[in-house]
Ligand binder design. Structure first.
Ligand SMILES: CCCCC/C=C/CC(=O)SCCNC(=O)CCNC(=O)[C@H](O)C(C)(C)COP(=O)(O)OP(=O)(O)OC[C@H]1O[C@@H](n2cnc3c(N)ncnc32)[C@H](O)[C@@H]1OP(=O)(O)O
Length: 365
């Protein structure tokens, strides 16, 4: 974990150097001296050069700034440098946004999700934070509708994310509760049909779809990441597919996509043996595109997405569709098969016992 954090920090540091070149406004001499000093400290350690003469004003000011950092560690200097650049970039873009950016428009007609469009990005946000954003039947239907509409609206890309502490805790286990014994078959059949339609709407989504994983993700919300085009995660996020523990089986095309993404051995650990991944592990296993520190997650990710969403819309859409077309038929076949298997699982004692245990507060993940 320490190594992964340091790697991320080094990467952020390099990215910050690139971002600094994009600043349009001169940040002023004082800030430039601070940046210079932090950069030297981060790359060379404490000031080790002889003090310049009193009349060499520029060199002396730089030396003083560097020397004033004393024994600040290189890691801390990298961190402070990155934060300073990030604050300059966001201050600049906030200034620009005030004048230029169109207002966010909120789409009506949803109760379990929030759908809005801003800066050519349609955002679909799971919105049941008090239930850890668990996905109930209504939410499945609303997401299908929101994806259908986002596929046709003027936005360039779509984003799926969670409100609050969780990304989502996956399927709402209440979907299985209060079903009379003579209605079990129907519950399983209807559930499988809804699931198939839900997953299909991800397979067929015609524009780039980005998952912004703000916190823990469980079950179907993890498997669907394989159908997203980019996955950004906070370093607070975790990734858990406890299907065996729940007496169930993989969905979201994960039985096909996870072995492709991470290799069979690792996919087996996740899909058979419930292995929960940290964000750093999910990145190392190829499920996540990039991990960001939680403190700067929203700011960094939305800045990045805003830039992506200003790329030519049609070019992005045809490229996405081209990439997906190679696999589309296969993915629909996998989806059908997974739903068929799950329909049987939902009627099994193993699954019913797991649900009962959860509601009797005997088991949590
Ligand atoms: C159409 C059907 C398609 C089906 C597709 C199949 C998909 C498979 C999956 O997605 S499998 C994953 C299913 N998810 C779970 O098993 C998670 C269950 N939840 C938990 O284990 C825990 O709640 C937790 C670890 C997510 C969080 O624990 P914590 O102690 O931090 O918080 P609480 O448990 O107190 O949660 C607050 C309230 O939210 C309720 N809740 C949370 N997640 C779910 C959920 N998935 N289903 C139902 N309810 C959930 C929880 O019960 C609390 O409610 P309460 O305040 O009334 O007690």
């Amino acid at each position: 974990m320490t190594t992964a954090t340091m790697q991320v920090s080094q990467k952020d540091f390099e990215k910050a150097q690139e971002q600094l070149k994009l600043l349009k406004k001169d940040p002023g001499n004082e800030t430039k001296l601070k940046l210079y000093a932090l950069f030297k400290q981060a790359t060379e350690g404490p000031c080790n050069s002889p003090k310049p003469g009193m009349l060499d004003f520029v060199k002396k000011a730089k030396w003083d700034a560097w020397n004033s950092l004393g024994n600040l560690s290189q890691d801390n200097a990298r961190q402070k440098y990155t934060e300073l650049v990030s604050s300059l970039i966001s201050a600049e873009s906030a200034g620009q946004t005030k004048d230029a950016s169109p207002k966010e428009s909120r789409h009506g007609g949803y109760e379990t999700i929030i759908v809005s469009t801003e800066n050519n990005i349609t955002k679909i946000m799971f919105n049941r934070p008090e239930r850890k954003n668990a996905i109930n039947h209504q939410m499945y239907r609303e997401i299908i509708k929101a994806l259908h509409e986002a596929g046709k609206d003027d936005s360039t890309i779509a984003v799926i994310t969670g409100n609050g502490e969780y990304y989502t805790s996956g399927n709402d286990l209440n979907n299985f509760a209060n079903v009379k014994p003579n209605e079990m078959e129907k519950m399983a059949k209807d559930g499988a049909e809804l699931l198939k339609e839900f997953v299909s709407s991800f397979i067929d989504f015609p524009k780039p779809l980005i998952a912004v994983v703000n916190g823990p993700a469980i079950g179907i919300s993890v498997t669907l990441l394989g159908l997203c085009d980019i996955v950004y995660a906070s370093d607070r996020a975790t990734f858990h597919t406890p299907f065996s523990q729940l007496g169930q089986s993989p969905e979201g095309c994960s039985s096909y996509l996870f072995p492709k993404i991470m290799g069979l051995a690792k996919a087996n650990e996740m899909l058979l043996f419930n292995k929960k991944l940290t964000a750093a592990q999910a990145y190392a296993w190829g499920l996540v595109t990039e991990v960001f520190p939680d403190g700067t997650f929203q700011k960094e990710v939305w800045e990045r997405l805003k830039a992506y969403a200003s790329l030519p819309k049609n070019s992005l859409a045809v490229s996405k569709q081209l990439l997906r077309s190679m696999e589309k038929e296969k993915l629909h076949a996998v989806n059908s098969k997974e739903c068929e298997v799950l329909k049987e699982r939902w009627l099994s004692d193993e699954c019913l016992n797991a649900i009962v245990s959860f509601f009797q507060r005997k088991s949590k993940l």
